[in-house]
Design a protein around this ligand. Structure first.
Ligand code: UDP
Ligand code: MN
Length: 650
């Protein structure tokens, strides 16, 4: 009985406790909800009213000072920022820099946090030489350290273990042309905000970028470095970074609570930036001495000019600094892939040309300087673009077509870390194609067909869905932008315009082998030996037999089917007309023969391991490829141009 009584009393007590907890929970929820409604009410009341004070403090913020920025960028700039209107104000957390509160270095997580004052002598320490850096990698390719390096490469796409051992403020080898060294720049150049967006960047590369800017940009031009966190997940980019940044003079940190992607993140930074000129910089760069002034000078002379430094390259394995050869300019091909093109022909014979800017059909995304007002008035970045990729090509075509220009400035050099692979996984596998589709449909008019034939995945996506580009087309109209034909003829006349005639362009299918003519990726832009491979169906094997009798290959159409001995190879297409007979081919539709005009021989496909019929002795039985043979009616000499996308197409 007593036991039973005790048990009942215990149960009653537990029930009471539960009831109390329930009541308490209910009260808390009610309180929270009423607070929320109140905030919503306040916000909806505030909308039409005058702008509030620029900054409002939230006293209850956790271990850092959090400020909700409530400025309306549209009101401030007097321009239409509709692309940014979707950003809720409360999605922005802003950490101001508070100087003079230096605390001793601390260690958090796996990162040794060196506060700015603490690594003063890092500069005096000679940076590792290239040889030393190489050695560091080789030495560590053993045991646990090698595993650490491998997993760092996997995580970041570069050897972060090596990067971590290099000073955050290393000195760089001089790579500028000697004539750049003595150049004088005006004292009254515009102020600049350097906008650095990052998503899950490594600590060492991010902070090296920041210090590099602080150490090289003259204080009187550098308004601020604006770090924009695009919803990073890595622990070291949270409060440790806020703390670090709070000790840096002139560095601000904005955090987005929504993943914006490269363009969206930069547009957000631009809307919050105060400098007259914006420099968008990747979060893994290192600046040469005096990189900023030459860029600012060019923009100051013409506010519609968008400029880039020469982009040197940081090696992803060794962190060696590699100079890029001048002259160089940015271009793209018919698959809308971007390249830096080192091309001696761009340079005049004029001795001054080593220090003169070169007009560029496009600029890469690594570092680009643009007047802030021009950036906004020309439509910022396309907010319809997904996460990553293509934003630099879209900006390039738009800037040129809508009244601006682009150039590479040789006395300015910044190095970009070219990674082995992208460290992010995208939720959308076809993200790049979708971004390309937006460019094709917005900017390329009828020329877009040339793109869709070379990217059949994009073609098939486009057949089942239409991009929402209404706003961008409206922008294009309202800015009075020129058409793509103008862009091609005026800005980028070197880009070959394929003819893509039916039955004379497409994949070059071989009847005898059931394979397609192929030029393996990675064989380079200069050309090399042709091969046969399974037909890809992606557009990567597309070629075009034109009215000059050239077989133009690849997404640039800059390589031509040529012969070396008995082998078919690709070599750079001729610039002179008429085309030399070595590069001329005739397609006989009836027999399917592709006849080389100079030798009057036929193109024959040999599969790897196969033996060519005509002269078995000369060819290694294991080597497949494309060969020139006396013409026969063998199926290995029968070809079809297979167009994957119907001529009327997209
Ligand atoms: N980035 C970003 N949000 C993203 C993807 C990238 O803010 O969703 C940043 C990234 O950290 C880098 C810049 O945008 O600073 C350009 O991206 P990335 O370097 O990956 O492009 P790549 O140089 O490889 O073309
Ligand atoms: Mn990058």
């Amino acid at each position: 009985m007593r036991l039973w009584g005790k048990a009942t009393a215990g149960r009653t007590r537990r029930r009471m406790l539960c009831l109390w907890l329930l009541l308490l929970g209910f009260a808390l929820v009610t309180l929270a909800l009423s607070g929320l409604f109140k905030r919503d009410r306040e916000r909806s009341h505030q909308k039409p009213g005058p702008p509030r004070r620029p900054l409002q403090r939230i006293p209850s913020a956790p271990d850092l000072e959090v400020i909700v920025e409530s400025r309306d960028p549209a009101l401030e700039l007097g321009v239409d920022l509709s692309p940014l209107k979707t950003l809720q104000e409360d999605e922005l957390l802003f950490v101001p820099s508070t100087q003079g509160t230096k605390t001793p270095p601390q260690k958090k997580g796996s990162y040794k946090v060196l506060l700015p004052g603490a690594n003063k002598d890092a500069r005096a320490t000679a940076p590792p030489t290239h040889g030393e850096m190489g050695k560091a990698v080789r030495l560590n390719l053993e045991g646990a350290e090698r595993d650490a390096e491998l997993s760092a490469v996997q995580k970041y796409g570069f050897n972060e273990a090596v990067s971590e051992r290099i000073s955050l403020r290393r000195r760089l080898p001089e790579t500028r042309h000697p004539e750049c060294l003595g150049k004088k720049y005006s004292e009254s150049l515009p102020s600049v905000s350097v906008v650095i967006c990052f998503h899950d960047e490594a600590w060492s590369t991010l902070l090296r970028t920041v210090h590099s800017v602080l150490d090289t940009a003259p204080k009187h031009f550098l308004q601020e470095v604006l770090l924009v966190d695009d919803l990073s997940q890595h622990g070291h980019l949270k409060s440790v970074l806020s703390e670090y940044v709070s000790h840096l003079d002139g560095v601000r940190l904005i955090r987005s609570t929504r993943r914006l992607g490269v363009g969206g993140c930069r547009a957000l930074g631009a809307a919050r930036a105060a400098g007259e000129v914006l420099v968008f910089m990747d979060s893994h760069c290192e600046c040469q001495k005096d990189w900023l002034e030459p860029l600012l000078e060019r923009v100051a002379q013409d506010r519609t000019r968008v400029v880039s430094p020469i982009m040197d390259v940081i090696d992803w394995q060794t962190f060696q600094y590699n100079a890029t050869q001048w002259p160089v300019r940015g271009v793209f091909d018919w698959r809308l892939d971007f390249y830096w093109e080192s091309n001696p022909q761009l340079q005049d014979k004029d001795p001054d040309s080593a220090v003169q800017a070169v007009r560029s059909p496009a600029l890469g995304g690594g570092v680009v300087a643009i007047d802030r007002h021009f950036f906004h008035s020309v439509g910022a970045y396309d907010p319809g673009m997904l996460l990553w990729g293509e934003e630099q090509i879209e900006l390039s075509i738009r800037v040129w077509s809508c009244g601006g220009s682009m150039e590479v400035v040789p006395c300015s050099r910044v190095a970009h870390l070219d990674r082995h692979h992208l460290p992010y996984r995208f939720p959308d596998q076809e993200l790049l194609q979708r971004n390309k589709i937006r460019i094709a449909d917005t900017w390329m008019d009828a020329y877009r067909k040339i793109f869709y034939r070379r990217d059949t995945l994009a073609h098939f996506i486009r057949q089942s869905e239409s991009p929402n580009i209404t706003e961008r087309l409206r922008l294009k109209r309202s800015l009075g932008c020129r058409n793509f034909h103008w862009y091609l003829t005026t800005v980028y006349p070197q880009l070959y315009i394929p003819q893509d005639r039916p039955a004379l362009s497409g994949e070059l299918y071989n009847v005898g082998t059931g394979s397609c003519a192929d030029y393996p990726r990675g064989h380079g832009l200069q050309g090399g030996v042709m091969n046969v491979a399974p037909c890809s169906g992606t557009g990567s094997q597309h070629c075009d037999l034109n009215t000059e009798f050239e077989v133009r290959w690849g997404p640039m159409g800059a390589l031509c089917l040529d012969v070396r001995g008995e082998r078919a190879v690709l070599s750079p297409c001729p610039t002179q007309r008429p085309t030399p007979s070595r590069l001329r081919w005739k397609f006989i539709k009836l027999s399917g023969q592709l006849v080389h005009q100079q030798s009057q021989s036929c193109l024959e496909a040999v599969k790897e391991g196969g033996v060519p019929q005509s002269s078995p002795r000369e060819v290694n039985a294991n080597t497949g490829g494309l060969f020139l043979r006396p013409c026969t009616h063998h199926p290995r000499q029968q070809w079809h141009f297979e167009q994957l996308v119907a001529p009327k197409g997209t």
